[in-house]
Design a protein around this ligand. Sequence first.
Ligand code: PNS
Length: 174
Amino acid sequence: MIAVYPGSFDPITSGHLDIIERSSRLYSEVVILVAVNSSKQPAFTLEQRVNMIERAVRSSGLVNVRVESFTSGLLVDHAEQLGGHVIVKGLRAMSDFEYEFQMALLNRRLKSEIETVFLMTASEFSYLSSSIVKELARLGGTISGLVPDVIVDQVRERFAGQIETAGAQRVELS
Ligand code: PNS
């Protein structure tokens, strides 16, 4: 059975990689499908996101995982074209549930043959998100362990020029 794991992956986190590793044990093939989320302005280009995932997957030694991307059209149509039977999504806190529930029902209405399957996040990554990683990198915090080792430098470099470190700001009173 082929599983499709969609997302923005801006950038891939250790939580994403955990879901990929576990999916690769459940399904004969996992296709990571990097998508454009129209409600988000990405920090990394689609090519950079695909490349970072490919390096992370290769360094984890996963042989039944590959990476694809799409820039327009519906997820379910791309999943079908890839021969996908299942859409895999990771669930962290209850806060993910409402959006993911809506998406799963919508995708089922669009294409009932494709089932959405949710994997619970590993507890150590339950607070982790791509947004948290970007915020941390921007503020000069350490991101080691939060993203795959092979992409740590690339993420750090992306925000190197924008790092805002702690410092007192003088406020002029009139
Ligand atoms: O990692 P994200 O940003 O939560 O992933 C969301 C994503 C890209 C999976 C979702 O926005 C998506 O499926 N986009 C493709 C367009 C689509 O099929 N939308 C659902 C019907 S409106």
